[in-house]
Every structure is written in C-alpha cells, then in structure tokens.
Design a protein around this ligand. Structure first.
Ligand SMILES: [Zn+2]
Length: 605
C-alpha cells in the first residue's frame, strides 16, 4: 500500500473507531425559563420550555424531573435520613423536621404538555413521574412545556432564602430538572442532600425580581448589571452546562476581571471584617484558573462566578456558592476547590452519585496541588497529599471504612462518605505517582480530560486513560483500592550485609499488593534506588537515572528477597522513601544500621 493510501486508511479506521466509541451518545436538552419571584412569600412561579433530543439508541417511554425543593419538608427522605444517621451533617440535623410550614420548600407542577398535548404526571417526593402519551423515538425531539409554583425553603442545605451570612436567595437545585438518561439508563435518585447528575444543554433563564437586587449565576448576563438591577429583570444564557444556579441579594458588591479569555465575577456582601479577603480573592482565583488549565486542560466556558451564598461551598457549572466569612486562606481554599470541580463535575461530569471519588477525590487532588502552588511554593520538603493520606489511613484503621465504590447516598456514616470520596479519592490519584511515575500520571490526567470531556466517563474510562499512557496493566490497582478496603502495608524484615552483597528481605503485611520503590543509603552518603514491579502489571514505571530494576514480585508471595551490592557499607534501607503511598504503618518501612537497637540489621563482614 502506498503511503497516501495507508495514511487515508488509518484515518478512516480511526474515524470508524471513534464513531463507535463508548458511550458514543449523549442526550441533549435546552431550557428556556421565565421565573417571577415573590420575595414577601419566598415563592416563585415559573414557566419553561424544555427541548429534549433523544440521542440514545432506545425510544423513551417515560420521563422524570427532579423536584429537589420537596426534600425540605418534615418526613421527607432527606429529613428522616438526617435524623437517623449516626453522624448527621450539623447544618441539617433536625432542622427540616422543625420547619414551620411557611418555611418548607416545595415545587408543585401545575401543568405539563409534551409536543403540545397534556400528559399525565405524578408528584412523588423529590421526583415528578411523567407518563408520555407516546414514546420519544430515537433521534427525535420532544418539547415539554411546564408551569409550576415553588416555595423556596428557609436555607438549610445549599439552597434557600436567608443563609447564615444574610444572603437572601441561594437558588441551587431550584427548578424541575429533567433526569439524566445515559448509557447506564435513567438516574432518578431521590434527593437526600448529596450529589447529582445531569444532561448537558443550553439554558436561557429570565428571572424577574423586585427592583434593586443584584444577581449572579451560571452563564452570561445579557445586558448590563445596572440595567437589570433597575428593571428587575435578569436574563442569563449558558451553553453546554448540566445545571443552572443563581443567587440574589440587594447588598451584593459585584466585581469582574478578565485576566485571560475567561471573565471572573465576584459577588459578596460588604463586611468590614472580610472585605479585605474578598478584595484579594480575584488575583488568587485568576492564578488558580491558570494553574488548573495547565494541570488538567483548558476551562471551556466564557465566565466563572464566585458568589457568597449557600452553606459552605458547592459547585455548579460556571459558578460556585460559598460562605464568605472566612480567613483569606480559607476563602481561597474553598474557591479553588469549588472551581476545580468545573473540570470534574461540570465538564467530565462523571455520575457523582455512583462514583463520587471521581469527582470529589480528583477535585481534592487538584485543590491540594493548586493551594501548594499559591501558598507554599513548589520547593516544600513535605511531599503533597499527606493530609489526604493520613485522613484515609485513620479511617481505614478505625475499621469503619466503606469501599470507594459505595453509592454516595448509601454510606452508613457521613464520615465514611467524606473520607472515601475526598481523601481516599485524592489518594487514589496521588499514589499513581508510585505505580506509574508522576510524569505519566500527570499526562494521563490531561489525556483523560481531553478524551472524556462532555461524555460522562466512568471508572474504567479513567483506568484506560492511565493504562494507555503507562503501557501496563492497572486492573489490580483500581480493583483493590476502589472495590475493597484492603490496606497497603509493606515491611522490611531483614537486612543481612555481606562482604560483596547484601540480602534484603521484605514482606507484604497488608492485603493490598503494590509495586515497591526501595532506597538503599550507603555509609558514604550515596543512595541507590530499586524498583520491584508486580508480576500482574506486565511492565513497570520508567526508571529514573541510576535506578535499578528488580525481578517482579508475585502478589501471591507474602515475602520477597533480593540482593544489592554492599559497596561502602549499608547505612539504611527504606520502602517508599518519597512517601507516595498511603502505607498504613510506616514504622516497619525503614531499617537502619544500629545493632544496639535494630535486630533486623545483621552485619556479617
Ligand atoms: Zn467538592
């Protein structure tokens, strides 16, 4: 085959493969909404047109909408869960149960039609169950037109009116939102206060408020802030987002800056104690966005808004609501964390109910690196991610750890969820430096983002991105660390120094196998590094200059013995000296020559 023909054939093959690539399709939905808020009753009326394009390979016989506000009523699943779990979120506790009726949240759908014809629907807690008159066929559009009324709950968890810092409206998960139907089927989780999942689409949202409010949210404001404030009409448009959030308060100070091709907006309430921190925030946010673009890939939206509101920090597409009465470090920390979600929750948008660690864990990983860049500098002696390691290790050793693969809503304790999703999730990504090398891990993260943005990747997609850059098998790593609570603990059992060679015996104490990075320090101060891969990897990470490769360690073998040159004499031997793994007991990782105190070291020369 000549070269031109060969190139053409390869391109064609490539095209066919990518067209057939899993998952291959995404639903698309566009919302046009018009909302009128009655601020005296904390209620609003809404009308919307929702156009769903069924890109799935199946005809849809049903449709569902989330009605998140219905969670804020006594007896709701969220209320009962919060009153019966052993470690309730202190922001919720029994607050929903104690709400007077005028402070409940609710959404009541008054009318719904599909393609111009009324359809039957039923309110079922935080879901609207829609019976279609006819199926939505493959590749066809359905236009839903809905009228509804809603009462905004007194702020308790994320959404509501009057948060503890006096922000009037934190409007998140606030409208009837079409449930996602993806390659895993329908996602109709009842809302109990945790993660969610959504369909990408374009939003055109008009919000009518009394004159004098300032509004920030997802998307770009059409027209000027001043014009909107005077007219009391705010129109925002956003493309390719999985959700739309907004917040409103008459006292907001709004500033904007455009340090790159992304405009950053900031909304906070004036406060003598915290104004200085909010004044400093834009510069940190700009640096953080540049850092995250570099770490993961380019942020694809035209704007990002940091808005005081909510009850801590929660990510939404193109915006976050955060509490604002914080030290500078805490204010920057929460902003960086929520903004880092833009890559994982908004653009990759892994189903965070099923795979919370792929959102919170990866976000925590990026946050840690970004905060080090902003506040510590790259030359710190302390390796990164030690906070996540110790949080995960203490939970693992407590015996209350639950596997990472647990559904976010279904952990037995909030603590087990938090440690797994955030700390163990961060650890999962961090430890890959030990397995495949930091450079390939970093490249793998970028490849993963580039390949899977706007496609709802799952665990296997991330694993495959990493395998493709390192060229060896990582099944075992994800299998153990995600699906089990087995722990990493390796030990040095014996160092027997001879005249020419020294024999080193190691053992796997924990149930989880890991390749070993071993550092031998000689009495003349020189160091030599060794790598012992696992048989089942069918490969090993790139070796550093001077690093030596040892034979593979079969996972079935609890012990492993190898020899190194004695050289000037052995001073110490250490496993994972760079502290790249969450080894649950580091006391057995190092043996040093001191026959008085260290029985494990034999000097026979
Ligand atoms: Zn988060």
């Amino acid at each position: 085959m000549n070269r031109v023909l060969l190139t053409f054939s390869l391109l064609l093959l490539n095209f066919i493969q990518s067209a057939a690539q899993y998952p291959g399709w995404q639903q698309a939905v566009d919302y046009t909404m018009n909302i009128t808020v009655d601020t005296s009753a904390h209620q609003y009326t809404g009308f919307m047109k929702v156009v769903l394009r069924n890109n799935s390979p199946e005809a849809l016989e049903k449709a569902y909408f989330h009605l998140f506000f219905n969670a804020f009523q006594p007896g709701s699943m969220m209320d009962v869960r919060s009153r019966t779990i052993s470690d309730p979120d202190r922001r919720v506790g029994s607050r929903i149960f104690e709400l007077p009726e005028e402070e409940w949240g609710w959404i009541k759908v008054a009318s719904l039609s599909v393609n111009g014809k009324p359809v039957a629907f039923e309110h079922d807690g935080t879901l609207l169950d829609v019976t279609l008159n006819s199926t939505i066929k493959v590749g066809k559009k359905a236009t839903f037109e809905m009228e509804w009324t809603a009462q905004v709950p007194r702020q308790i968890r994320r959404s509501g009116w009057m948060n503890k810092e006096g922000v009037e409206y934190s409007m998140t998960q606030w409208y009837p939102k079409l449930c996602e139907y993806d390659h895993d089927g329908w996602h109709t989780e009842p809302y109990i206060g945790r993660e969610y999942h959504g369909i990408w689409g374009d939003y055109d949202v008009t919000i009518n408020l009394p004159i004098g409010y300032e509004v920030g949210g997802t998307g770009e404001l059409i027209g000027s802030s001043n014009g909107a404030r005077e007219a009391g009409t705010w129109r925002f448009m956003a493309e390719d987002v999985i959700d739309f959030a907004w917040a409103a308060d008459p006292d907001y100070v709004h500033t904007a800056t455009t340090p790159s091709d992304v405009t950053l907006h900031f909304y906070h309430q004036p406060n003598a104690e915290y104004d200085e921190n909010w004044d400093a925030l834009p510069e940190y946010t700009a640096k953080a966005m540049a850092f995250l673009n570099d770490l993961i890939g380019p942020y694809p939206y035209p704007q990002y808004s940091v808005i005081q509101g909510g009850d801590g920090g929660m990510e939404y597409p193109m915006a976050t609501l955060i509490t604002g009465h914080r030290s500078l470090r805490s204010l920057v920390g929460v902003t960086v964390h929520e903004m880092a979600h833009s890559w994982f929750q908004a653009v990759l948008a892994t189903n965070e109910s099923l795979y919370e660690y792929m959102d919170e864990g990866m976000t925590s990983y990026a946050t840690e690196l970004c905060m080090r860049e902003l506040f510590v500098g790259p030359n710190s002696d302390d390796p990164p991610h030690q906070g996540a390691f110790s949080s995960y290790i203490s939970q693992a050793l407590s015996g209350n750890e639950e596997p990472l693969i647990t559904h976010a809503d279904h952990y037995q304790t909030n603590r087990a969820y938090g440690v797994s999703a955030y700390s163990k999730g961060e650890t999962l990504l961090a430890q890959l430096a030990s397995v495949m090398g930091a450079e390939l891990r970093d490249k793998g993260l970028k490849d993963y983002f580039r390949t899977w943005k706007f496609k709802h990747p799952g665990p296997n997609d991330f694993k495959r991105s990493m395998e493709k850059v390192c060229g060896f098998d990582l099944d075992w790593y994800f299998q153990y660390f995600v699906h089990t609570t087995h722990q990493i603990d390796y030990a040095i059992d014996r160092v027997a120094e001879g005249v020419e060679t020294t024999t080193i015996e190691c053992s796997r104490v924990g149930a989880m196998p890991m390749p070993q990075n071993i550092t031998v320090t000689y009495t003349d101060g020189t160091e030599k590094a060794f790598v012992a891969p696992l048989v089942m990897m069918r490969g090993h990470r790139p070796l550093a200059d001077g690093e030596a490769l040892l034979p593979d360690w079969p996972w079935t073998h609890p012990t492993y013995t190898f020899e190194v040159p004695t050289g000037s004499g052995i001073y110490s031997v250490e496993l994972d000296k760079a502290r790249q793994t969450a080894d649950v007991d580091r006391s057995n990782n190092r043996v040093e020559f001191d026959p008085e105190i260290n029985r494990l070291f034999e000097r026979n020369r």
